[in-house]
Design a protein around this ligand. Structure first.
Ligand code: ADP
Ligand code: MG
Length: 494
C-alpha cells in the first residue's frame, strides 16, 4: 500500500522526548467476527460458549478431500459493513491461501483475501470531544477464517486444541496510518464498534474476543515522513490498545533518541506489566506464499445485489447524529451520547415524541444513563421504560410535580415500577400551587430570619436561600416559581 499523509500535524498531539517533539503514527487492523449462524465455509455453528470441539465439521478439521463452500450470509455482512464504511465494494474478489503452520490451524493455511479484497477504500469519521472532527481512511476490508485456540494451562505437559473457532468468519478492517494519538485510536475502535453494531454485522464484543486489533505504531519528528513501525498483535480491549500505544511510542522514542534504529517487528502487549515485547521479526507477504485457493471460485456479484443490501441498511450513527442535532436541536455532545448504540437512540426518540426534546435528552442522559451506569447495567436491562420516563417529564411539564419531586418519582418507578401519574396521586406528591398554603410557610420562614431578610434587601441573590428553606419546609412540594415570586414580594425585592 502506498502511504499518504492525510493530516496536518496538530501541536496538541505532539509528545515530548529528551531531544524535542515527536509525533505518533497509528494504523489499525481490526478483526471483527461476522454475525452469522454458520462458519465462513462450513455449516458448523458459531455459537459462543459451547464445550471444546463441539462445533467442528469435517471441513473445519481439514479432513482430506473436504471442500469449502462459501456462506452467503457472511458475504452479505461484509458488503453491508463496507457500505457502512462508505467504501468501494468490489464486485469481484478472490480468496487466497495464506500458508503457515500452527497447531490450531489444521489446514496448514488460512483462507483469506490478499490482492483482491471484497471491500476497498472507505472512511470512518471521528468526533473528538472538543467538537473537532477527523477522517480516518479505511484501506480495505476482507473476509478470512479464524483459527482454533491452543490451550496451554490445563495440563502440565500437554497442550489442547479447541477448534470451535476454526473457520469462523472474520472481517479484517485495515485503516490507513491516520491516527495520531492513543485517544484517537481508542475513539476509532469505539466508532467502528458502534457502526458494526448498528449494521448488525458483528456484535463486536471485545470481551468475547469478537473484536481484536493489531496496532501498528511508529514515531517521527513533526514534518518528516513515516518511520519504521512495529505491530502489536491481538489487543483485546480498548484500554490495552491505549496503553500499548503509549508504551510502544515511548520505547521507540527512547531508541531513536539514543541514536538507534527501529526493527520492524511483531510485538505482544503484556497487560500485567503494561509493556510490549518482541514476538518475532516482521513477516512479509511473500513468507506466506499467498496463492488463490483452487477450491474456491472468485466471488462475484452485480451492482443490483449491492444496491439491495444498501436499501436494507438501518440509519447509520453519523446520519442519526446529524438528524438529532438538526431536528431535535440537541447539542453535538448530547447527540454523541445518544447515538452510541441503537437502543439508546430509539429510547430517546420514544421519550422525545410529542415532548420537549431537550428535556427528554436531559432525562435520558442524566437520570436514566446515570442510574444505569451506577448499577453497571445496559440500556436493554433498564427497569424503567421510555413511557415511564415520558410520564415523569409530563408531570413536571404540566406543573403537577417539581423537578425535585420528579427525581423521587423516578426512583420509585426504578425500584417498584408503576405509572408515574398514579404514584404521584396515591402518595400525595403533587406540587402545592395553592398560594394560601405556600404563603403560610413563606411567612414563617421570613419571621424566623429577620437578619437574613435585611441582608437580602441589599443582596437580592440571597432570595435563593429563602426559596431553599421554604421548599424544605414544604417537603419539596411547593411550586418553586410561586415561592420565588412570593418571597420577593414579601421581602421587597423587585
Ligand atoms: P501488512 O499487511 O504487512 O501488515 P500494511 O501495509 O497492509 O502491512 O499495513 C498494515 C497496517 O499498518 C495498516 O493499518 C497501516 O495503516 C499501518 N501502517 C503502515 N505503515 C505504518 C507506519 N509507518 N506507522 C504506523 N502504522 C503504519
Ligand atoms: Mg498486518
Amino acid at each position: 500500500m502506498t502511504l499518504v499523509d492525510t493530516r496536518n500535524t496538530n501541536p496538541k498531539n505532539l509528545v515530548k522526548g529528551a531531544t524535542g517533539d515527536w509525533e505518533i503514527i497509528i494504523g489499525l487492523e481490526v478483526h471483527a467476527q461476522v454475525q452469522s449462524e454458520a462458519k465462513l465455509f462450513s455449516g458448523s455453528s458459531t455459537e459462543f460458549g459451547a464445550s471444546p470441539n463441539d462445533h467442528v465439521s469435517l471441513v473445519d478439521a481439514a479432513m482430506p478431500g473436504m471442500l469449502p463452500v462459501i456462506n452467503e450470509e457472511c458475504v452479505k455482512q461484509a458488503i453491508r459493513t463496507g457500505l457502512g464504511l462508505k467504501a468501494e465494494i468490489n464486485n469481484k474478489s478472490v480468496f487466497d491461501r495464506k500458508n503457515y503452520f500452527y497447531p490450531d490451524l489444521p489446514q496448514g493455511y488460512q483462507i483469506s483475501q490478499f490482492k483482491q479484497p471484497i471491500v476497498g477504500e472507505g472512511e470512518v469519521i471521528l468526533e473528538l470531544g472538543d467538537g473537532e472532527e477527523i477522517r480516518i481512511g479505511i484501506e480495505r476490508l476482507h473476509l478470512e477464517q479464524d483459527a482454533g485456540k491452543s490451550i496451554h494451562d490445563l495440563h502440565p505437559t500437554k497442550s489442547y486444541v479447541d477448534l470451535n473457532r476454526s473457520g469462523v468468519a472474520l472481517m479484517e478492517i485495515v485503516s490507513k496510518p491516520d491516527m495520531r494519538s492513543s485517544d484517537e485510536a481508542k475513539a476509532y475502535i469505539s466508532k467502528l464498534r458502534t457502526i458494526l453494531r448498528y449494521i448488525g454485522s458483528s456484535d463486536a464484543d471485545m470481551e468475547k474476543g469478537n473484536l481484536r486489533a493489531d496496532v501498528n505504531v511508529s514515531v517521527r519528528r513533526p514534518g518528516e515522513g513515516f518511520g519504521t513501525r512495529c505491530e502489536i498483535k491481538n489487543v483485546n480491549s480498548m484500554r490495552f490498545a491505549g496503553q500499548a500505544i503509549e508504551y510502544e511510542a515511548r520505547r521507540q522514542i527512547g531508541i531513536l533518541e539514543d541514536g538507534g534504529t527501529i526493527d520492524q517487528e511483531t510485538r505482544l502487549f503484556d497487560p500485567a506489566k503494561g509493556e510490549t515485547r518482541s514476538m518475532r521479526s516482521k513477516e512479509e507477504a511473500h513468507d506466506y506464499r499467498y496463492f488463490p485457493d483452487p477450491d474456491l471460485l472468485p466471488l462475484e456479484f452485480d451492482d443490483a445485489y449491492v444496491e439491495a443490501l444498501k436499501v436494507g441498511l438501518p440509519e447509520l450513527p453519523d446520519d442519526k447524529r446529524a438528524r438529532f442535532i438538526a431536528d431535535y436541536g440537541l447539542s453535538p455532545y448530547d447527540a454523541d451520547i445518544l447515538v452510541v448504540d441503537r437502543e439508546s437512540a430509539d429510547f430517546f426518540e420514544k421519550v422525545a415524541k410529542g415532548r420537549d426534546a431537550k428535556q427528554a435528552a436531559n432525562w435520558v442522559i442524566n437520570e436514566l444513563f446515570g442510574r444505569l451506569n451506577k448499577e453497571g447495567r445496559d440500556i436493554s436491562a433498564s427497569p424503567v421504560s421510555a413511557e415511564q420516563v415520558g410520564g415523569v417529564i409530563d408531570l413536571v411539564q404540566d406543573g403537577t410535580i417539581s423537578g425535585k419531586i420528579a427525581k423521587d418519582v423516578f426512583e420509585i418507578v426504578w425500584a417498584e415500577g408503576g405509572d408515574p401519574a398514579e404514584i404521584v396521586e396515591k402518595r400525595g406528591m403533587k406540587q402545592v400551587t395553592d398560594l394560601g398554603a405556600i404563603e403560610k410557610v413563606v411567612d414563617e420562614v421570613i419571621a424566623a430570619n429577620p437578619e437574613k431578610v435585611e441582608q437580602a434587601r441589599e443582596k437580592p441573590g440571597l432570595v435563593g436561600w429563602f426559596v431553599g428553606q421554604v421548599m424544605k419546609a414544604s417537603g419539596g412540594k411547593a411550586n418553586p416559581q410561586a415561592v420565588n415570586d412570593l418571597l420577593k414580594k414579601k421581602i421587597g425585592i423587585d
